[in-house]
Design a protein around this ligand. Structure first.
Ligand code: ACO
Length: 433
């Protein structure tokens, strides 16, 4: 971080105020307002953090205007083509891509941690069978902290690394268990001879009665989906993880906070909402009606999978997801899939519509991911849990970066108070002895 120059603020400030401007490796400069209150007695006001950098970070960079996404400097397109998800996990956690020995060791370590404590299975029995899998995830991932007292010293890098491994290894097992529980099928134990994604597919889609032979094209597709979801700088759930972690909370509690935040339809819940929306539209002939609903300010309907706080251009992940969608549907002989055709046509019409052009609303990562996941045999109520599985590494990388930062302090935003001024309790409410 480089200090460039200072800006002066004068108008309502009680005195002349000097604020440094900081420059990162790339992207817009930031005004460092840490001394603003001290100098002027004023706070800044930025609901939704549209102009606020909440931290400095060296993990992921997004240029929303140009549609660029880099993990540790590497373009997402190159990572999706040349790397596996576990290589990307290593990169996000350690800053560099692993060599052959390093990835072998990393994969072996992850594999050794994929089983969950057998007692954890009891937690599932407390949930209704029809509970949403994200509700179960919030409960069960949170419960992990009660099993790992051996490594919860967040000041110890060794403990933090072990927590990272445990979370990346166990979350797929828990996601699969959520699905099995809701369908009444037996939980599947992980198998060490399978790779990360094969293992997950077997636990999720297999049964103890049959051999499960994962299709390599589908395995690669799911691996790529996880890469595309692995990190996205200071998004709502990652910022939630950071804020929860800033108090010194344990990593399992922090990741659980991230899962809870991700669940919302404006964030990770959108992939499920997209498929529901496409099913509701049903036919190409109904597209104009739904586009008009999305444009009507009196109608709360939004085109799900469209728009993004940061991307004002095509989300690079959506392009890769569309290609993956083609590959998967072709492999499964579903290239004439009605929903995919509908999605392509809806995208084409929206991108030519003045409303979407002017507001720079493009498809985001969720637009095509639901169609791919559906084709892979994942039920739509599991889509957001799949997103959480991919994003766990991003959350933990940010949590670790924050804890290791010597300048780290508890996150504590201020407010613009709009409530009642100080007043006394009226006489009729005063209790007499
Ligand atoms: N359909 C119709 N209009 C939209 C849409 C949409 N999908 N998205 C934004 N707009 C309009 C808004 O109505 C608003 O119009 P106005 O300026 O006339 O009031 C304008 O575009 C800006 O929208 P905001 O909601 O202010 O933008 P914000 O950055 O706060 O929200 C968000 C971004 C939440 C992603 C929004 O675009 C949205 O709701 N999209 C649909 C849900 C979705 O796909 N979420 C997934 C996000 S990606 C992810 O989390 C992985």
């Amino acid at each position: 971080m480089t200090k460039l120059r200072s800006v002066t603020l004068n108008e309502k400030a009680q005195s002349l105020c000097e604020l440094p401007i900081l420059s990162g490796a790339t992207g817009p400069d930031v005004v460092d307002i840490q001394t603003l209150y001290q100098q002027t007695g004023m706070f800044t006001y930025d609901p939704g953090f549209t102009s606020t950098a909440s931290c400095s970070s060296a993990i992921t960079y997004i240029d929303g205007e140009k549609g660029i996404l880099l993990y540790r400097g590497y373009p997402i397109e190159q990572l999706a083509e040349h790397c596996t998800f576990l290589e990307v996990c290593y990169l996000l956690l350690n800053g560099e891509l692993p060599d052959t020995d390093e990835i072998q060791k990393f994969e072996d370590t992850i594999t050794l941690h994929t089983m969950v404590h057998d007692q954890l299975t009891n937690f599932f029995k407390g949930f209704r069978r029809d509970a949403h899998p994200m509700a179960i995830m919030v409960g069960v991932v949170g419960a992990l902290s009660s099993f790992y007292h051996d490594a919860l010293d967040i000041k110890s890098k060794k403990d933090r690394d072990l927590s990272a491994i445990r979370l990346i290894a166990k979350v797929p097992t828990i996601v699969a268990m959520c699905h099995k529980y809701s369908t009444g099928l037996p939980f599947m134990y992980p198998q060490n001879k399978l790779n990360y994604v094969e293992n997950f597919m077997r636990m999720m889609l297999g049964t103890p009665c049959d051999e499960f032979s994962p299709n390599p094209v589908l395995v690669r597709a799911l691996d790529r989906i996880l890469i595309l979801h692995a990190d996205h700088e200071q998004n709502a759930s990652t910022s939630t993880v950071r804020l929860a972690g800033s108090s010194g909370a344990n990593p399992y509690a922090c990741i659980t906070a991230g899962i809870a935040c991700l669940w919302g339809a404006a964030h990770g819940g959108a992939n499920e909402a997209v498929l529901n929306m496409l099913e509701e539209i049903g036919d190409v002939s109904n597209i104009t009606t739904f586009i008009n609903k999305a444009k009507d300010k009196r109608d709360p309907f939004r085109l799900m999978g469209f728009g993004h706080r940061v991307y004002k251009n095509y989300d690079p992940r959506a392009k890769l997801m569309r290609d993956t969608c083609h590959e998967v549907l072709t492999e499964l002989g579903l290239h004439d899939d009605k929903i995919f055709k509908l999605a392509l046509e809806l995208e084409r019409i929206a991108l030519e519509d003045q409303y979407f052009v002017e507001k720079k609303l493009y498809p985001n990562v969720d637009y095509y991911s639901g169609i791919v996941l559906h084709a892979l045999g994942i039920p739509s109520n599991m889509f957001t849990a799949m997103f959480a599985m991919g994003r766990t590494v991003g959350w933990i990388a940010h949590w670790d970066e924050m804890i290791a930062d010597p300048e780290q302090r508890i996150g504590r935003p201020r407010q613009l108070y709009t409530g009642a001024a100080k007043r006394d309790i009226p006489p009729q409410h005063i209790k007499r002895a």
